[in-house]
Design a binder for this molecule. Structure first.
Ligand SMILES: Nc1ncnc2c1ncn2[C@@H]1O[C@H](COP(=O)(O)OP(=O)(O)OP(=O)(O)O)[C@@H](O)[C@H]1O
Length: 332
């Protein structure tokens, strides 16, 4: 059953930055979708749009159906009811997301009381249970955020996100500010909790290897568009869009120790959303660019293995397959 269905979503910030452009994505109940891409490609904007958290004046078009209801046209009262209980978000850098002058237990209890209409005593009990679920002693409820380590604060954020039994948790770079050992613990915690509680996950990261290891499906974004989407391992190990391939080569492959020592970067920077290049936005950096890429953008097309990619070479392969031709892409 489809839980989240994003259709033709376009988000333009005040001033004209086109941060998300015509995105179609869906997440099934209990499924884990990873969103990958370099900084500035629109991942966080997509996440904020799902919970209607974008700044005033931002233009949004398309549909975001959460359990069949369009979040974009909901009344504010309904939006408030959906936040926490329908979908919740774990932000990057918990220190900024938590209130520094309120005890963490009170911060977790707040949505519980608001949505569950629980008594203060019942909310306190639930807070203790949630803290234990995320691996913290219930007594840490009395701590202020600055009294906790970065990993502990991120655990508190995860407890808050799960407090009202949402159907979807969005985790936006949940481990970015943490050291590598703690990153792994937090990732495993999120993975275990969403699996045990059958919660769908939309996890955002620039690290494709982490997403491939954690998620069922993977969408790679570039300049506000999804350029490739499909089963996580397939996209990571055999990407068809040159950008997805470059991103995949930039991080070590799980189970492939050799790649750990030979990660490859991608020269250049993503384009400014105020001045996107004509045609395919990736063409100025593309190692297999053709003349037509400078004038024509490509839609996402079905490729093999339940995956879609938006590249002229994929289009040529798809039509060539019918005519018995080889892939036109030269990777030498
Ligand atoms: N409030 C805003 N006003 C104007 N432009 C914005 C705003 N927030 C983000 N942008 C722009 O929108 C584009 C997409 O930003 P977004 O934060 O969604 O990307 P991202 O992929 O999540 O990057 P990061 O990983 O660095 O957070 C960027 O070019 C950014 O500068």
């Amino acid at each position: 059953m489809t839980l989240l269905d994003i259709r033709d979503l376009t988000v333009t910030y005040p001033g004209g930055a086109a941060a998300v452009r015509g995105v179609d994505l869906s997440v099934a109940a209990g499924q884990k979708l990873g969103i990958a891409g370099e900084s500035g490609c629109g991942k966080s904007t997509l996440a904020l749009a799902v919970l209607r958290l974008l700044p005033v004046g931002t233009r949004v078009s398309g549909e975001i159906l959460l359990d069949g209801e369009d979040v974009l046209t909901m009344r504010w009262g309904r939006v408030r009811a959906v936040r926490w209980a329908g979908a919740s978000i774990v932000f990057q850098g918990a220190m900024h997301a938590l209130n520094p002058v309120q005890r963490v237990g009170e911060q977790i209890a707040e949505p519980v009381m608001l949505h569950g209409r629980a008594t203060p005593a019942a909310a306190r009990k639930r807070t203790g249970e949630l803290l234990e679920q995320v691996g913290l002693p219930a007594a840490r409820a009395s701590a202020y955020p600055h009294e906790l380590s970065g990993g502990q604060r991120q655990r508190v954020m995860i407890a808050m996100a799960l407090a009202c039994d949402p159907q979807l948790v969005i985790a936006d770079e949940p481990t970015t500010a943490l050291d590598v050992m703690v990153q792994a613990q937090i990732l495993r915690l999120i993975e275990r909790l969403v699996t045990d509680q059958d919660v769908a996950l939309m996890m955002i990261s620039h690290d494709l290897a982490i997403l491939a290891d954690t998620c069922d499906r993977l969408a790679v974004m570039y300049a506000g568009r999804v350029v490739e989407e499909g089963p996580a391992r397939v996209v990571h190990e055999d990407a068809r869009h040159p950008y997805a391939e470059a991103l995949s080569m930039a991080f070590p492959h799980i189970g492939d120790p050799a790649s750990r020592f030979a990660p490859r970067g991608l020269p250049g920077d993503p384009p400014d959303p105020f001045a996107l290049p004509a045609g395919c936005a990736f063409h100025p950096r593309c190692p297999v660019v053709l003349d037509e890429c400078a004038t024509r953008d490509q839609p996402l097309r079905d490729v093999s293995h339940g995956r879609r990619a938006a590249c002229v070479h994929v289009a040529a392969t798809a039509s060539g397959r019918a005519a018995g031709a080889e892939d036109t892409r030269s990777t030498t």
